[in-house]
Design a binder for this molecule. Structure first.
Ligand SMILES: [Cu+2]
Length: 288
């Protein structure tokens, strides 16, 4: 065991499996296998891990599941220990969109998307029980802000035992109109998406049957909706911000910047009549 893992290990003696957020088991191309030779190097890696913005807070995440090998369909307690690069637990976190941590779980092909909020237990520790639908590889992305620090994204890969789902190729959608839970949602952009240029996303929400605009969206996580964007290779997790947090529909506008060309998947989550619905789109950003 290397130093970074041992530091994490002292916080979960009972847990079965340790995955270091800095150099985890499967994420060889990003970090190298268990390459935890020094904390200084990790900071650089984390910057490339998130949206590519410099200045992310230097923290280290250790991930542990209650079962040493998580199995599809079986509830797993996930513990995420956030320590500073001095090895000491981060004592508190800023509340961002109503939560101290947002955790996104996606399958490698991005067909599965799950957005949950681990509970802060104090002393740098977050916990939640979750389960994976199928066997295969999943990426876990924790979005957090240490108190007084800046937003950071900590990621790891998990290999889940069990029958894998049929993996789907990520192809750009032909239409930007989707029907989900009785809503018809059209996604449009204010201009052609170009790498490195800010673009506005507009989700326009109608009743699928009556085609009447939905004007009474409810706030979700303190805003009109929540949008997550990942590149097809999962390397780029984009920060997306609502233009008008208090909007209630039919338009929900957000802005973001796609860092490079390629295929991306976009998930929008909205709340109407007490129910959250998720709509997703696959887009191609041309250019390099
Ligand atoms: Cu969240």
């Amino acid at each position: 065991m290397k130093k970074g893992i041992l530091l994490g290990a002292s916080f979960f003696v009972a847990a079965g499996l340790f995955i270091s957020g800095c150099g985890n088991m499967q994420d060889a191309n990003q970090h190298g296998q268990h390459n935890n030779s020094g904390h200084g190097a990790h900071g650089t890696e984390h910057r490339s891990d998130s949206s590519g913005k410099a200045g992310d807070t230097k923290v280290h995440a250790a991930w542990a599941f209650s079962d040493s090998k998580p199995r599809a369909g079986q509830p797993q307690q996930l513990t995420i220990q956030i320590n500073g690069h001095d090895g000491k637990p981060v004592q508190d976190f800023e509340i961002n969109h109503e939560k101290k941590m947002h955790l996104i779980i996606v399958s490698q092909d991005l067909s599965y998307f799950h957005h949950i909020h681990p509970e802060f237990k104090g002393n740098g520790k977050f916990q939640i029980t979750t389960q994976f639908p199928h066997g295969g590889k999943y990426k876990l992305i924790a979005d957090l802000i240490p108190k007084g620090g800046t937003q950071t994204t900590q990621t790891t890969w998990v290999d889940v035992e069990g029958t894998p789902a049929k993996s789907a190729d990520l192809k750009p959608d032909q239409t930007m109109v989707q029907t989900v839970d009785g809503k018809e949602i059209k996604l449009s952009f204010d201009k052609e998406i170009k790498p490195g240029q800010e673009v506005m996303l507009n989700f326009q929400i109608k009743d699928a049957k009556t085609k009447q605009p939905v004007t009474d969206l409810q706030p979700y996580l303190g805003a009109v909706g929540h949008v997550v964007i990942l590149s097809a290779d999962t390397e780029n997790y984009l920060h997306v911000h609502p233009m008008d947090e208090k909007a209630t529909g039919p338009d929900a506008r957000f802005h973001t910047t796609f860092p490079r060309g390629g295929i991306y998947k976009i998930w929008g989550e909205f709340q109407h009549q007490g129910k959250v619905f998720t709509v997703s789109y696959v887009v191609n950003v041309s250019g390099s």
